[in-house]
Ligand binder design. Structure first.
Ligand code: GDP
Length: 204
């Protein structure tokens, strides 16, 4: 799907979040999981920067996403800091819950959390923890398994099965940033969660 993007702001504090209104889609994942690549390939431009640089400021980066011809943004994408990166200084990781947890728990305009996992590696403790937390918080979320291009069909089937069992989720949406696998399906889920098609009476 073709969309137009605009960087809105980087927030390091809840007071800096944009005024809630437009449905928000939050992207979460361990550092280096392929979160930036997923966002960039989805919108067709390099808006998200890699989170794997140690010590990088932990901010939520907000982007307005608009379909061509639409007067207002359809969605706000919120790129959350990568989690579970061992080389990030302790004081930076310690900052994480202070504004990320409240964002995920209380943000009224948050329509969907997209949890990105790497299907080419075994289930990770940090991912299991995040999914448990989101379930507990009763926030709408989906799990996207990226980097499927690294696996054979057999490996993919096995890995997805294992991930579903360990993460206790019904579905892992296969995705690749090096191609178009999963892109249409992820857009469909985003539109569905945000009520986009219903609000303007247009499908597709
Ligand atoms: P982030 O830190 O989560 O934002 O991760 P990046 O998007 O920077 O990706 C981390 C590394 O994984 C980079 O070397 C990417 O080229 C690679 N990568 C990301 N997505 C894919 C994918 O779908 N397939 C493959 N093969 N590599 C990927």
């Amino acid at each position: 799907m073709r969309v137009l993007t605009r960087f809105l702001l980087s927030a390091a504090d809840a007071r800096q979040f944009p005024l809630p209104g437009t449905p928000e889609i939050a992207f979460l994942g361990r550092s280096n999981v392929g979160k930036s690549s997923l966002i960039n390939s989805l919108v067709g431009s390099k808006i998200a920067k890699t989170s794997s640089t140690p010590g990088r400021t932990q901010t939520i980066n907000f982007f307005e996403i608009r379909r061509p011809g639409k007067p207002r943004p359809d969605w706000i994408f919120a790129d959350l800091p990568g989690y579970g990166y061992a080389r990030v200084p302790k004081e930076v990781t310690a900052e994480w819950p202070k504004f990320i947890d409240p964002y995920l728990l209380d943000r009224p305009s948050l329509a969907l959390c997209v949890c990105i996992i790497d299907v080419s590696v075994p289930p990770q403790k940090k991912d299991i923890e995040l999914l448990t937390w989101l379930r507990h918080a009763e926030r709408p979320h989906i799990v996207v398994g990226t980097k499927i291009d690294r696996l054979s069909n057999n490996q993919l089937r096995n890995n997805v099965q294992k991930l579903k069992e360990e993460l206790l989720v019904q579905e892992v949406l296969p995705f690749s940033a090096k191609g178009t696998t999963g892109h249409d399906e992820l857009w469909r889920k985003i539109r569905e969660a945000a009520g986009t098609d219903a609000s303007d009476g247009m499908a597709g």
